[in-house]
Ligand binder design. Structure first.
Ligand SMILES: C[S@@+](CC[C@H](N)C(=O)[O-])C[C@H]1O[C@@H](n2cnc3c(N)ncnc32)[C@H](O)[C@@H]1O
Length: 253
């Protein structure tokens, strides 16, 4: 007798997975990470608060692993936590192409922010960059509190938690997000700041840019991020750079 068909019902505890377009276009996603913050100002700010050398780092929502392998150049170990199958494929491909020195220092964890298979107090630094599964916008879909609690649980006392986000107030990129992206809602920047402040996070702004090798390359990245609005968005951009301010929320455990 044939097996009964098995019904797979999503469990309420399954992570809410934000489906980032970079999961479906690895080449443009890589280009975006290469042109973003080319002078490494975000890393400089994180280093000033919590130097990574010799430390254990968890990158939550690690995507294709661009940052995880960079951090492994100085961290003792990096846990790249990522739930999306397509992103995990990119992540494994990247690590396989890394040197003997880096490969053993990065572990991939197929998990969402809400349930990370790491022991309490086992990491020194949590990094989460463009983690749109965190923050008040996400609250409308599924609470992100379990993910925040989980990040704090895996941190050792005194360890640091960094959230890298967009500044929605000033700069060329913020203007694009307000006109063509998700930031049209009045007061959203204040609401996001208040959300993180209420959970003990300080906020700092990093003034940086996207610096592409050509206008065509910039346009490709803008298309991935803004979809149908990309053509109109590009009319606001001169040349191959866009001023970009990042909002970094951070706290110690
Ligand atoms: C905008 S991408 C940023 C990726 C990476 N941090 C970077 O800067 O290149 C957001 C990532 O979060 C992942 N993600 C979505 N939902 C998640 C969740 N519930 N827990 C952890 N990661 C999640 C997505 O699959 C995607 O890889």
């Amino acid at each position: 007798m044939p097996d009964e068909p098995r019904l797979i019902t999503p469990l309420p505890t399954e992570p809410f997975v934000y489906d980032y377009p970079g999961a479906h276009d690895a080449v443009t996603y890589e280009l975006e990470n290469r042109i973003a913050d080319p002078d490494g100002r975000i890393e400089a700010l994180m280093e000033a608060h919590a130097p990574m050398r010799g430390r254990v780092v968890a990158d939550i929502g690690a995507g294709g692993g661009f940052h995880a392998v960079r951090y492994a150049e100085r961290a003792a170990h990096v846990f790249a936590v990522e739930p999306s199958a397509k992103m995990l494929a990119q992540l494994h491909r990247r690590i396989a192409g890394e040197s003997e020195a880096i490969r053993p220092r990065v572990s991939v964890m197929a998990a969402g922010a809400e349930a990370i298979p790491l022991a309490d107090g086992s990491v020194d630094i949590v990094h989460s960059r463009f983690a749109y599964f965190f923050g008040p916008e996400r609250e409308q879909v599924r609470s992100c509190e379990p993910g925040i609690r989980e990040a704090l649980r895996i941190l050792r006392p005194g360890g640091h938690f960094f959230i890298v986000d967009n500044d929605l107030r000033e700069g060329d990129f913020a203007a694009l997000l307000r006109e063509f992206g998700y930031a049209a809602e009045p007061g959203l920047a204040d609401r996001i700041d208040a959300f993180w402040a209420g959970r003990g996070f300080a906020a700092e702004t990093v003034m940086s840019e996207w610096r592409a090798p050509s206008r065509g390359a910039l346009e490709r990245v803008v298309r991935m991020e803004f979809g149908d609005a990309a053509e109109a968005a590009m009319t606001r951009v001169a040349g191959h750079r866009i001023g970009y301010r990042y909002r970094i929320y951070h706290r110690a455990r």
